[in-house]
Design a protein around this ligand. Structure first.
Ligand code: ZN
Length: 159
């Protein structure tokens, strides 16, 4: 597959998730809530999470917000990938995603859909758009008592 075709494929997947997101909305109930903002592009996102009773596994993730196709598609892909994962597995995925955007690692076969975002890493200004949702997820998972988005939002400006 030529590089041009590969880039088209990335774009196709990104646009598909942007136009027809599968995980938009709000979880019921909300066990974690976190807002994130990417000032360099203007993307904003709000994640809500539903956890299991023990609070160590993700039962559902939903997102809302406004932003570019890359930020929104990345949120939709992330939400799908995190379903059923433990909190520590999800935090590992955050690390892996950031590593992938630096060209260091790839996702294994069962999560290979996430590798489409690698196409974005060729455009440094867009990396923050793709990272926003993961950055926000990390903050949500690391703040156990946060159920109200008003409690604050994370900005990825300093990445
Ligand atoms: Zn953006």
């Amino acid at each position: 597959m030529s590089l041009g075709n590969l880039r088209d494929l990335y774009q196709q997947v990104i646009l598909e998730h942007y136009k027809k997101p599968r995980h938009r909305g709000k979880t019921e109930p909300v066990h974690r809530s976190q807002r994130g903002h990417n000032p360099s592009c203007g993307d904003t996102i709000e994640l809500t999470l539903q956890l299991n009773e023990a609070g160590d596994r993700i039962c559902d993730v939903k997102f809302s917000g406004e932003g570019c196709a890359i930020a929104m598609a990345s949120a939709d892909l992330m939400a799908g990938a995190c379903l059923g994962k433990t909190v520590s597995e999800a935090l590992e995925m955050v690390e892996r995603f950031q590593g992938m955007m630096k060209g260091e690692v790839e996702f294994p076969k069962e999560l290979r859909k996430l590798n489409v975002m690698q196409g974005v890493s060729q455009f440094p200004v867009r990396i923050k758009c793709a990272n926003l949702t993961w950055h926000t997820l990390k903050a949500a998972l690391e703040n156990p008592d946060r159920t109200q988005p008003e409690a604050g939002f994370v900005s990825n400006e300093l990445d």
